[in-house]
Design a protein around this ligand. Structure first.
Ligand code: ATP
Length: 363
């Protein structure tokens, strides 16, 4: 799959751009703060109906402007697809596929598979478990529609139960209703996550072995309270305690992924380069997984990827992404000579764009 053309109006610091792309490697070059990541974010937006960096939609409209528009033309399998997103201040976002507006944005998720590798991935290692759950959820939701719907259902039931716990009314029958919903959705989420992690681990390990030339050993473990308990019974049993605490203490919203380097949590022992190799391998495994599940080669966005990695690892990563198993790629870098030198070894077709204060020029 590939993005053939992109039009941008008033997205963050990008006032206007009309760009056409190479089917293989596209490089956005420019100094810090010029708008390179914003370009990647615009591409991300057209796949996920939201920004990668800023969840507050209105803040993605250019300062002093009233609206933003993003339009992408894609070659997807044998068909051409046009995706439109328009957001006007104080109005509902419009998201269209081939001029037809989506009734639900979630229907679009997964249609244009995409993986981004960026400095923000560091949060997967350094931050709390919600980052890791978000990662699992975003991978599975791109190829499993039911999963996304069960997540929405689970979160709604969880919110209702938490509201009950905080209130003064303790009607046990109302608890039963929401716990039934939580249990049904939760068991599906648990089983899907478990099956996903089992399949994901070997792909992740093989990518890591390739990038590091088999120098280190890594693994991932899925941790869930549901592995050892009947969820519905646990919810019933925990009502009293949950009332005192004011929130639901058991469920898939507490799941985590344990990430290990050798026998230790990578969070405690990993160097910056080891962490980055771990994260890049996770994302490459996500890429492989989506590709298999959707039968489409996802678009790959690489934001500031080479920082902290040694020359061997950089060259292995580039040889991997320039190969046939990867498709269209968008890379950002601050230095044209640096990236030119790195990419010349791949022999791939490369198109360069210069980004300067929100203005984009094709080189
Ligand atoms: N809504 C907005 N309106 C105008 N400018 C914005 C808006 N949101 C973000 N920006 C600006 O976008 C710029 C950041 O752009 P971006 O993150 O794309 O930089 P970059 O070229 O990737 O830089 P780096 O090399 O440092 O990563 C900042 O100057 C920021 O003020």
């Amino acid at each position: 799959m590939q993005l053939t053309a992109l039009s941008i109006l008033n997205y963050k610091n990008l006032t206007q751009a009309d760009l056409s792309f190479s089917s293989k490697i596209n490089c956005f070059i420019g100094n810090n703060g010029m708008g390179k990541t914003n370009l990647l974010d615009a591409i991300y937006y057209l796949s996920f109906c939201k920004s990668f960096t800023n969840p507050v939609d209105m803040q993605n409209v250019k300062h002093d402007a009233d609206f933003f528009v993003l339009q992408g033309h894609y070659q997807r399998g044998n068909s051409d697809e046009a995706v439109y997103c328009g957001l006007k201040r104080r109005q509902k976002k419009q998201f269209k596929l081939n001029k037809k507006e989506y009734e639900r944005l979630s229907d679009h998720i997964g249609f244009l598979p995409l993986v981004i590798i960026s400095p923000a991935d560091g949060a997967l290692i350094s931050e709390g478990s919600d980052e890791r759950r978000r990662f699992i959820d975003s991978v599975i939701s791109q190829y499993n529609k039911r999963y996304l719907n069960e997540l929405i259902r689970y979160n709604k039931a969880l919110m209702q139960r938490n509201t009950l716990l905080k209130g003064d009314m303790h009607d046990e029958m109302v608890y039963d209703i929401w716990e039934e919903q939580l249990a049904e959705a939760g068991v599906y989420i648990f089983e899907t996550r478990k099956a996903f992690v089992d399949e994901f681990i070997p792909i992740f390990q093989s990518r890591f072995n390739f990038i590091t030339d088999e120098n280190e050993r890594v693994s991932i473990r899925y941790q869930s309270q549901l592995a050892e308990r009947n969820f519905k019974e646990s919810l019933q049993r925990s009502r009293e305690r949950d009332r005192i605490l004011g929130y639901t203490t058991v469920g898939t919203h507490k799941d985590d992924l344990e990430m290990l380097l050798g026998d230790y949590p990578i969070k405690r022992v990993g160097s910056q380069g080891q962490n980055k190799s771990f994260l890049v391998s996770l994302k490459f495994a996500q890429f492989d997984f989506l590709k298999r599940a959707s039968d489409l080669t996802p678009i790959l966005l690489l934001d500031d990827i080479f920082d902290k990695l040694d020359a061997n690892r950089v060259s292995r990563i580039l040889s991997l992404v320039s190969g046939d198993s990867f498709g269209q790629i968008f890379i950002t870098d601050t230095n044209r000579e640096h990236i030119d030198h790195l990419l010349s070894e791949t022999g791939c077709e490369v198109k360069f764009f210069f980004v300067d204060n929100g203005e984009v020029t094709t080189l």
